[in-house]
Design a protein around this ligand. Structure first.
Ligand SMILES: *Cc1c(COP(=O)(O)O)cnc(C)c1O
Length: 378
């Protein structure tokens, strides 16, 4: 069986977890602080705040951006449902725009028409780690004084050519970026998330609200030789990351250059195997970006969902896992009542599939998958 994904983990991660466990401090302590500093450095952000997942990162980012009940947030349906759900957690409504016909990300030409007097923020997604059109989306957001939050769940290690300079996604280019460390992403802490920003006030609120708005953090209280009483000026949340996760995350960061290089090597083998194929369209990296290849997605030209599903079953019968393309959140029962139609999103979601790609695979495995797919679509 060839699995779709597998985290790259080994003795260094196990040793780091052990160190954290035996240290006597196992949640939001020194390991979290160290991981935050390393992560901020790796993306070139001034601040990084670790949380329990990207979903909780998105929730905090939208709250800090001022999203309130009754507001609207412009985003894409073509994403994991966490993107839309985080908007609903604020009591706000996601306003879904379609994706670009040639790619998998938000179409900036649709933003003006989606704006109303209730629009409070823009939540863009770097889907599968492919950077979205940040220059155009940011220009729209700034023109209307709207905060831009980046769902960078999949995008650790991706880059964008920004004013002539290569810059990591998550610097951030908008007001805050949200990362995921779920095992399906390129680096993992089991579960976990990170918020990056260059705005000190945003960072202060992230830190406050991830721990119930507690006015004094545990480390300050623990190291004080005076009795300290904290207060809770606002309602907050428990979105903490543990020190065990953070210790693992630090090791994963060290591995990132190797993880990225390997993913790109294996993707190149797929690209070559499908070159010029009449049905299988390889993923097109957006211009002026470097892609971490979080998911190797292919589009089956002319296939609807039923035929695509048939191909996936044939692959599975041959011991190869695959996944349907990115979901269309507006078609899920939780969102479908509004009757939105997004033809580009729907066609992309129905006609594409994600192939196995991870550090545990060899060039030969990739060749096996490619041959099986070519046979399945024939
Ligand atoms: C994985 C993912 C999320 C959710 O991340 P969690 O860490 O599992 O909460 C959000 N948005 C996108 C685009 C994702 O791919």
């Amino acid at each position: 069986m060839i699995p779709i994904a597998r985290p790259v983990m080994g003795e260094p991660e196990a040793a780091a977890a052990r160190r954290a466990i035996l240290s006597g401090w196992i949640t939001q302590g020194p390991e979290v602080e160290a991981f935050e500093a390393e992560f901020a450095r790796s993306v070139g952000a001034e601040f990084a705040c670790a949380v329990s997942s990207c979903t909780t990162a998105l929730h905090l980012a939208l709250l800090v951006a001022g999203v309130e009940p009754g507001d609207e947030v412009i985003t894409v349906s073509h994403s994991y449902i966490a993107t839309a759900n985080s908007i609903r957690y604020c009591g706000a409504l996601p306003v879904f725009v379609d994706i670009e016909p040639a790619g998998y990300n938000m179409d900036p030409s649709l933003l003006e028409a989606a704006r109303t007097e209730r629009t409070r923020a823009v939540l863009c997604v770097h889907q599968m780690g492919m950077p979205c059109d940040l220059p155009a989306i940011l220009a729209f957001a700034r023109r209307h004084g709207l905060p831009l939050i980046e769902d960078a769940a999949c995008a650790a290690g991706s880059e964008i050519l920004w004013q002539g300079q290569w810059q990591p996604i998550g610097r951030p280019h908008g007001d805050a970026a949200c990362f995921s460390f779920h095992p399906r992403k390129v680096m993992s802490t089991g579960d976990g998330g990170m918020l990056t920003t260059n705005n000190a006030e945003y960072d202060r609120l992230f830190r406050l609200w991830r721990q119930h708005s507690m006015s004094v953090n545990d480390r300050v209280r623990h190291s004080s030789n005076q009795v300290i009483f904290e207060e809770y000026p606002m309602v907050g949340y428990n979105y903490r990351m543990t020190d065990i996760q953070a210790a693992v995350g630090d090791e994963q960061l060290k591995r990132m250059p190797g993880i990225l290089a390997r993913r790109r090597e294996l993707a190149a083998v797929y690209d070559e195997a499908f070159r010029g194929h009449p049905v299988i369209a390889t993923p097109a990296k957006p211009p002026r970006t470097e892609w971490n290849v979080q998911s190797y997605i292919v589009r089956l030209r002319g296939f609807d969902a039923a035929r695509r599903d048939g191909v996936m079953q044939t692959l599975l019968d041959g011991g190869i896992a695959s996944r349907a393309g990115v979901m269309a959140s507006h078609r899920e029962p939780a969102y479908a009542a509004r009757g939105v139609r997004l033809p580009v999103t729907e066609a992309a979601s129905d006609g594409s599939l994600v192939l196995p790609l991870h550090g545990g695979l060899s060039e030969k495995d990739i060749g096996t998958v490619a041959a099986a797919l070519r046979a399945a679509v024939a």
